[in-house]
Design a protein around this ligand. Structure first.
Ligand code: PPS
Length: 336
């Protein structure tokens, strides 16, 4: 009953954040359904998504305060699907007047150049002042489409462009497991890859269920292709040039013939490649924030590494669920 009340409290839409004092917000958040999500911080079910519990106030602030502008671009993703890669590419495509030798990615981690709505911007409004960010603004999010679009963008005439990157769920699970083990603050180094498969399949994982997340953006991309571009990590690996051209066109800055013949697309792909970014001093030794090394964003950067970590029965189990959930959607992300 308490859980239902909490869910209702939020979903009936109290649009004015000031109507809550901090204590009432905290106590209502404490009533939301909870799970561990493989971290000491825990996750809570809010708007049908398992958010890290600590960021729910940030999501509410975003939903109450965000004012989109027409030229905004949001890179959206399920965690471990290629966020770091795509924010680097989008940043480089939108700012391609930079000299290669002075490219900001050479000295700054991509997540500091392209801040996250829920982890940075709305965690502390002074950290990144969105209203003073120059246009075209570029931000990232792991929020599902419903949470991103419901409260703010639907009531505004301005629509941000959303680029979504998806990835084979088997590689997502393996990537997330390695990340969680390596992150000292999560206290999850004891968890096995099997524990992550179980969490993934129950849906109770950061920003899960995975299938709802992916399908939300997939359907939006079919219904509103001018608003949502749906990409696959594996396609980017296979045809970087073709996919980079798609992205540039979608965000309104297509490559000119001259740029193409001058090799600008290839230069951007090289700057954002896994090998280049991983080997930079800033990403080898720098910190995103205290207790969070930049190197956690870079591991292997390969397609299909799951075969080295998942047993055939674990993979079958995930595949069965994905097959059932994706059935009739026209979407396929599993490659065996
Ligand atoms: S996060 O924490 O959600 O932002 O992580 P995310 O960036 O989505 O995913 C991390 C995985 O992406 C790999 N990675 C890359 N792949 C290709 N190219 C580039 N430039 C790149 N940068 C990061 C990273 O290594 C993680 O995948 P795995 O499979 O663990 O190596």
């Amino acid at each position: 009953m308490a859980k239902e009340l909490a869910t209702q409290y939020f979903s009936t839409g109290n649009d004015n954040e000031n109507d809550h004092d901090e204590n009432s917000l905290e106590s209502v958040i404490s009533l939301l359904p909870k799970a561990s999500g493989g971290s000491k911080y825990g996750i809570s079910l809010y708007q049908n998504c398992w958010f890290p519990s600590s960021i729910i106030p940030n999501i509410i602030s975003f939903q109450n305060q965000f004012k989109p502008k027409d030229q905004d671009t949001i890179l959206a993703s399920f965690p471990k699907s290629g966020t770091t890669w795509l924010i680097s590419l989008l940043f480089s495509i939108l700012n391609r007047n930079q000299h290669y030798e002075q490219h900001p990615l050479l000295t700054t981690n991509p997540h500091l150049l392209v801040p996250s709505l829920e982890f940075s911007i709305y965690s502390n409004p002074k950290f990144h002042d969105l209203s003073s960010m120059p246009s075209p603004r570029l931000v990232s999010t792991h929020m599902p489409y419903a949470s991103l679009s419901d409260h703010s963008t639907n009531h505004c005439s301005s629509k941000p462009r959303i680029v979504y990157v998806s990835r084979n769920p088997l590689d997502v699970i393996v990537s997330f497991w390695h990340y969680a083990k390596g992150h000292p603050a999560r206290h999850s180094h004891e968890l096995t890859v099997g524990d992550f498969v179980d969490m993934f399949c129950s849906g109770e994982i950061n920003f899960g269920p995975y299938w709802d997340h992916v399908l939300g953006y997939w359907k939006a991309s079919l219904e509103r292709p001018e608003e949502v571009l749906f990409l696959k990590y594996e396609d980017l690996k296979e045809d970087g040039v073709g996919q980079a051209k798609r992205v540039a066109e979608f965000v309104g800055v297509p490559f000119s013939r001259e740029e193409e013949s001058d090799g600008v697309v290839e230069q951007i792909l090289e700057m954002c490649s896994f090998g280049k970014l991983k080997d930079l001093d800033v990403n080898k030794h720098g910190q995103f924030k205290p207790n969070f090394d930049n190197k956690l964003f870079f591991r292997k950067g390969q397609v299909g590494d799951w075969v080295n970590h998942l047993t055939p029965s674990m993979a079958d189990c995930v595949n069965e669920i994905i097959k059932e959930k994706f059935s009739g959607s026209g979407l396929s992300l599993i490659r065996m």
